[in-house]
Design a binder for this molecule. Structure first.
Ligand SMILES: *Cc1c(COP(=O)(O)O)cnc(C)c1O
Length: 621
């Protein structure tokens, strides 16, 4: 963050708390659809979707096919409803990606029906006056749509125009909707009308799904809402000071001299402007927070820069963090910033930080980030093919291997973009065998022998094997290219050579020396040999054998593949009955071969099959 010009922090814990708060208002049988249109109101559709699913969302709402497609590319599996009307030329991809379009005209329904089987939601306009069948003609249209044999009506919905401020009209809309529904002898699975404000102001019992947007992001739709529900903003927008300057009385600051210093003053330049989504209309109006003090924006906001008055912050210096939007102070909530120019929170949120990196937090810890220019990630004006070629060429250049470059896959993309400074390495002939034996000394554990071998280009004349008791401690070894083997040790045993050790480590036929170091909750074993120098840059065979103990009570053991790997053979041997293996593979073949014999279960792929990072297998016993 320190090196970013501006960034947003997305607090997923606050988001979850908001969902929990809103759930108190809808009746227990009701489900919710998380609205993630416009990149989840600028919060990041992928991460918000994942968290919402964790919180129980049964579906996601997006604005258009493209947004749904991106979520599918990112691996989101739950139903995705496209809320706005779709276009004819989008039908093919809607069907291919299992998206649910909203039907607002009979004409579109017919076209869709001709193209293939599809679930749909039908939109009835009960007074919003936007898309959807007008409520007066909805009934006959829906009856016609029911006859289209390829379409499955999964939901019928309507949308409030003013749930946050007009109870009378909201009731009228609700009554109209209920009345139409009463005329059907059979209702679809989902009936919905409430947006997040409606959940608070107009709870009802005849619908069974609500659509959560603005309030779930911790923004109040009006001031009265604050007395009814307690929400926490999810997004914080920050930047830092890049220059400190002094102005004399009478000096002007910024374009068109709209600010004239009324006294000698000190001001600071922030490297953000309206192109970063900090609205131009906030010029000379809004405030930011610097070291818990409120500082005014002075002059017009430029495309890429903004000036703030820091006269009252004596200690202000270059590099200091500045909060432009968020939770720290009433002055900088989205509601209050937009009230300065009669703007809309929805708009400000969805434009903020569009050039900025996002950091995702949970329980005050950063857990994830999205790269810069994330919105250009799958530009819609590239055909899939063209985009594929570009990425392929880029990968090809870095790996100098056309073969792998051909295997364009979202996991690689994610890794490339998220960890762009990391060298990409790959392994061949990956064999990992794990064997459990009874232990007399430690009857609650299995004595565990592991053998790992693979071929890979040797990077250096040494490498390491690492072991830790928590995932957080082990995590740092995943980022290190010089670590060839990682083991997660059970928390109940001691971290010493008794419970984890190398029995043999070889490169080709050379048995290496090894040296153990125990520090900071980790065992790190350095493996080296002077003869390795001559092999650097060449493809060699690594063989690493270890012994350790594994708790019987765990009932599962996972093996991960964290580098590009060609040809995989993972086996598990024991006297246990009923061992199952659950492979989670990404690559061309998602379902590797599982072979069971009396004591052993093996997961194998074809020798030249590429398996992507993030693959693995869980043995359950
Ligand atoms: C955007 C949208 C919502 C979410 O509304 P909020 O006011 O943000 O809760 C719900 N339903 C539909 C159809 C929408 O387009």
């Amino acid at each position: 963050m320190k090196n970013d010009r501006s960034w947003t922090e997305i607090d997923l814990t606050n988001f979850k708390d908001n969902i929990d708060e809103l759930k108190k208002f809808f009746h227990p049988q009701a489900n919710f659809m998380q609205i993630v249109k416009a990149d989840a109101y600028g919060h990041g559709a992928f991460q918000i979707s994942r968290k919402a699913i964790e919180c129980g969302a049964v579906s996601l709402g997006v604005a258009n096919m493209q947004e749904g497609l991106l979520l599918r590319y990112q691996g989101i599996k739950i139903p995705i409803v496209i809320l706005s009307p779709s276009m004819e030329n989008e039908i093919e991809q809607i069907l291919e990606n299992d998206l649910i379009p909203t039907i607002s005209t009979f004409d579109f329904a017919e076209k869709l029906n001709k193209s293939g089987k599809c679930k749909i939601h039908i939109n009835i306009d009960t007074g919003m006056g936007r898309s959807g069948f007008n409520y007066k003609i909805a009934l006959e249209n829906i009856n016609e749509i029911k006859k289209l044999e390829n379409l499955e009506i999964d939901g019928i919905f309507s949308h409030f125009s003013s749930a946050e401020e007009d109870p009378e009209f909201t009731k009228l809309q609700s009554d109209r909707f209920e009345k139409i529904l009463s005329k059907f002898d059979y209702l679809p699975k989902f009936i919905h009308i409430s947006n997040s404000s409606g959940v608070i102001t107009f709870p009802n019992k005849f619908t069974n799904l609500v659509r959560l947007g603005l309030l779930s992001y911790g923004i109040y739709s009006n001031t009265e809402m604050k007395n009814k529900v307690k929400l926490k903003p999810v997004m914080t927008f920050k930047s830092c000071i890049t220059q400190i300057k002094n102005a004399k009385k009478g000096d002007s600051i910024g374009y068109n001299r709209t600010y004239i210093a009324s006294d000698n003053m000190k001001y600071a330049i922030l490297p953000v402007g309206y192109a970063d989504g900090y609205d131009f209309l906030l010029s000379n109006r809004s405030k930011v927070i610097l070291k818990n003090k409120v500082c005014k924006i002075v002059g017009k906001i430029s495309m890429d820069m903004t000036a703030i008055d820091v006269s009252k912050v004596a200690e202000a210096k270059v590099g200091d963090e500045v909060v432009l939007l968020g939770d720290d102070d009433e002055n900088i909530t989205a509601e209050n910033l937009t009230s300065l120019y009669n703007g809309l929170s929805y708009e400000l949120l969805s434009q903020i930080g569009r050039r900025a990196k996002r950091y995702y937090k949970e329980n005050d810890k950063i857990i994830d980030s999205s790269p810069l220019l994330r919105r250009d990630f799958m530009p819609k004006d590239f055909s899939d093919n063209k985009l594929g070629n570009i990425i392929e060429t880029a990968i090809e250049q870095r790996l100098q291997s056309k073969e792998i470059a051909n295997l364009v896959h979202e996991d690689i993309l994610k890794r490339l973009f998220a960890e762009k400074d990391k060298d990409i390495q790959y392994r061949h002939n990956f064999k990992h065998s794990i064997k459990f034996e009874e232990s007399k000394e430690f009857p609650k554990y299995f004595f565990t022998k592991t053998n790992l071998s693979f071929s890979k280009e040797l990077q250096n004349d040494h490498f390491s094997v690492a072991c830790a008791k928590t995932e957080t401690d082990l995590e740092k070894y995943f980022l290190r290219n010089d670590v060839e083997y990682r083991w997660l040790l059970d928390n109940s045993v001691d971290l010493n050579e008794m419970f984890f050790n190398i029995t043999s480590v070889k490169v080709n036929d050379i048995e290496l020396y090894n040296e153990m170091k125990i520090a900071d909750g980790c065992i790190e074993i350095k493996c080296y040999h002077h003869n390795l120098k001559d092999l650097v840059g060449k493809e060699v065979k690594f063989s690493i054998s270890t012994k350790t103990y594994y708790p019987k009570s765990s009932h599962q053991l996972s093996v991960y593949i964290i580098e590009m790997t060609q040809g995989v053979d993972i086996s598990f041997e024991s006297d246990l009955k009923n061992v199952e293996a659950v492979p989670i593979f990404s690559g061309k073949s998602k379902f590797p071969k599982i072979v069971k014999s009396k004591n052993k279960i093996s997961i194998t792929t074809n020798k030249d099959e590429w398996v992507f990072p993030t693959s693995g297998v869980v043995f359950v016993y």
